[in-house]
Design a binder for this molecule. Structure first.
Ligand SMILES: [Zn+2]
Length: 332
């Protein structure tokens, strides 16, 4: 097989950053995806209708064919009226960041109970809760597992609240999502599907493979692969593509985030083909996520061809995932 047609995919977790860089990142992802759910951890964060609409407009101007799905960042002072206003402009998710868990999360929530009133309103308004599921006080490889009881608690306290456990990185979290009710789903990235801690520190220190949550053990990666290839509707694609300039990564205090946007579909094709699961790729990148969020599935398509290409060492000053590697599938 030398050609493969997919429904035009959705990326349910992406960071497009701000200012001039935003245009580059939006245009890169628009080459492969029709819709993107943009994360709100900009500076300042997206916490008002006006800031969300301004952000959407900036993306539209940069990449007119890319449809932007909207989010806001949860903070304890949000009011019912704010949430109703978000709902009116079509916001899909409220994003919960534990304080200090990742990029620009210093103003995150230190105690989950502080936002129970907000979560209750989100449950009533049917706004999805998206969680960066890591407990910052735990050891770095255990942070995701340490967060699982909190998600469990949320499912008990707010049984109708739909929750997305973002960017799964551990076997324990995969199992937890399987065990939880159908109100809980999860996104999976291309880097957690393909890498382990060895790719970050096993031989040389590879700062461009550093992200939160950190890539983990071979067993963890295997569990994530099985989830992605399983055809279970609880697992769908979210890239968590999170570019930082080369000098921000190769630095005294390197930033967390992997720029996967330029290579997503070629790598997904490669991985699903390797496992003989290409028949499950369409639902993973262009089906289950839309179903979970209650939006129509894509009616457009994109064609990939088997043709080698070499991933550039840098794209707009950022070192992308798989830089310098040869990939087998290209966009037609
Ligand atoms: Zn993210």
């Amino acid at each position: 097989m030398n050609e493969f047609v997919l429904p035009l995919p959705d990326d349910f977790h992406i960071h497009l950053r701000q200012d001039q860089a935003l245009a580059f990142y939006a245009q890169d992802i628009a080459k492969q995806f029709g819709r993107v759910l943009v994360m709100p951890n900009t500076l300042p964060p997206l916490t008002s209708v006006q800031s969300i609409l301004n952000y959407k407009k900036a993306i539209q101007e940069a990449a007119p064919r890319l449809e932007t799905l909207l989010s806001f960042k949860i903070h304890p002072q949000l009011k019912l009226q704010d949430l109703e206003d978000f709902k009116k402009i079509g916001v899909l998710i409220g994003k919960y960041y534990p304080a200090g868990a990742t990029t620009n999360s210093e103003d995150g929530i230190s105690d989950l109970e502080h936002i129970f009133p907000v979560l209750s309103m989100m449950e009533d308004l049917d706004i999805v809760l998206s969680v960066h599921g890591e407990e910052p006080s735990a050891f770095c490889l255990d942070r995701e597992a340490a967060f699982i009881p909190k998600v469990q608690l949320l499912t008990e306290k707010f049984p109708k609240l739909r929750i997305v456990f973002e960017h799964l990185s551990s076997a324990k979290a995969v199992q937890a999502v399987l065990d939880m009710p159908d109100t809980v789903a999860a996104t999976i990235t291309v880097h957690h599907l393909t890498m382990t801690l060895d790719d970050l520190i096993g031989e040389n220190l590879m700062p461009h493979h550093f992200c939160k949550p950190i890539v983990k053990t071979p067993e963890d990666r295997e569990a994530i692969r099985q989830a992605a290839f399983s055809g279970n509707k609880k697992f769908f694609f979210g890239s968590d593509s999170a570019p930082h300039l080369k000098e921000k990564k190769e630095s005294f205090c390197g930033a967390a985030g992997i720029y996967s946007a330029p290579v997503i579909l070629p790598i997904l094709m490669q991985e699903f083909e390797k496992e003989d699961k290409l028949n499950r790729l369409a639902n993973f990148v262009a089906g289950f996520g839309a179903d979970f969020y209650g939006i129509a599935r894509s009616t457009q398509s994109i064609r990939l061809i088997r043709k080698e290409w070499q991933v550039p060492l840098q794209i707009h000053g950022v070192v992308p995932l798989a830089a310098g590697q040869t990939l087998q599938w290209s966009l037609a």
